[in-house]
Design a protein around this ligand. Structure first.
Ligand code: 1HN
Length: 342
């Protein structure tokens, strides 16, 4: 391996002249941006126990009216970047959002894509481009970049969901912005998961060739769980299901991917090392995950994260259902997604 030297080895007058000219030598900094063998992530594993976050979120509900907050959210900050970091991994932003009965969160549209996994409460809904999407525990709801969305609440208890956005990428690219607008008129019909895409393997015939870019923006949990259970009963290995666009079979969003996992009580999952970063949301269950030797003991509704290239081992104490949020779609588009055997 070449010894690339240090900045300090260079004469001070040369360093001053470079600074004045707005240039810098690459060689002393080369390994910072191109480490050997695999990346050296700044990101550290994070764990947000729902029991700890929930009271803080409810307090936000007392302190800050939704009209003032636009979105009432507590951001889950990557421990490697410290408090206030607007990301949980380099590509994934996570936040816990609270909506109280009768509240509405105003309509806006933005460049990043947003997704929700519903954590607790009944009666919440999101309107995405005029389509009203009911939010039930464990549902995955998409608001793809460029789609108008507002939230509402017709129930009588707090509704909480986990937001996952590809916001950090857009911030890095200086491409993140929003436009505000009036609440949307809602089409008076059930969402596409209950009509056109009610059944896996069936798509509406007359739309062939001209479907919406994001035809299905709600994935009801009940179906996901039923499918996982059937795979556990009749499939090989631990059941995992990827969420896909029913018209294309491709990932549901350009940069973020979602994988539902079931780990039976007592089972261990030891996936390959992946080049992706990941966030895990526990829909139900209890267990332990080690991320690069660091132990995370999780329970229902908790969220935890793993940096890129992590060695991850999950052990379920109880029958557990997790959703893994990752950036494989982005990495595949960039051409560097990789898995390494352990
Ligand atoms: C956003 O639009 C929502 O629509 C939630 O609920 C969280 C975080 C950053 C930027 C936009 C929402 C967000 C967000």
């Amino acid at each position: 391996m070449a010894d690339l030297g240090t900045l300090e080895e260079l004469p001070q007058d040369y360093r001053d002249d470079m600074t004045a000219a707005g240039v810098a030598p690459l060689w002393p900094m080369m390994r910072n941006v191109l480490p050997h063998g695999q990346p050296k992530p700044v990101t550290k594993p994070g764990h947000w126990a729902y029991d700890a976050v929930r009271p803080l979120l409810l307090r936000a509900g007392e302190l800050t009216p939704v009209e003032k907050a636009e979105r009432r959210v507590l951001v889950l900050s990557d421990p490697g970047r410290g408090p206030g970091a607007m990301c949980a991994t380099p590509s994934i932003y996570l936040g816990m959002q609270l909506l109280l009965p009768g509240e509405t969160a105003p309509a806006h549209v933005h460049t990043p894509s947003a997704t929700r996994i519903i954590v607790e409460g009944k009666g919440g809904y999101t309107v995405v481009d005029g389509e009203k999407l009911p939010m039930e525990e464990g549902d995955l709801v998409l608001t793809p970049g460029g789609d108008w969305h507002d939230h509402g609440h017709e129930g009588d208890e707090p509704v909480v969901w986990l937001d996952a956005l590809d916001l950090p990428l857009f911030v890095y690219l200086e491409g993140s912005y929003a436009i505000e607008g009036p609440l949307q008129a809602q089409r008076n019909r059930p969402d596409a998961s209950q009509v056109e895409y009610l059944s896996a393997g069936l798509v509406p015939s007359r739309l062939r060739g001209a479907p919406r870019k994001y035809p299905m923006t709600r994935f009801p949990w009940a179906r996901t769980e039923a499918a996982l259970r059937q795979m556990a009963a009749y499939g090989d290995g631990l059941p995992e299901l990827d969420y896909v666009n029913p018209e294309t079979g491709q990932d549901v969003l350009p940069t973020m991917g979602f994988t539902a996992m079931m780990i039976p009580a007592g089972a261990t999952d030891r996936p390959p090392v992946r080049s992706t970063s990941a966030a895990f949301h526990v829909v139900r269950g209890r267990g332990t995950t080690t991320v690069n030797g660091e132990k995370i003991a999780w329970g229902p509704k908790d969220t935890f994260t793993a940096p890129v290239f992590s060695e991850i081992t999950h052990q379920a104490e109880e029958e557990s259902f997790l959703v893994r949020i990752h950036d494989r779609p982005l990495q595949e588009k960039l051409g560097y997604y990789e898995e390494r055997a352990r």
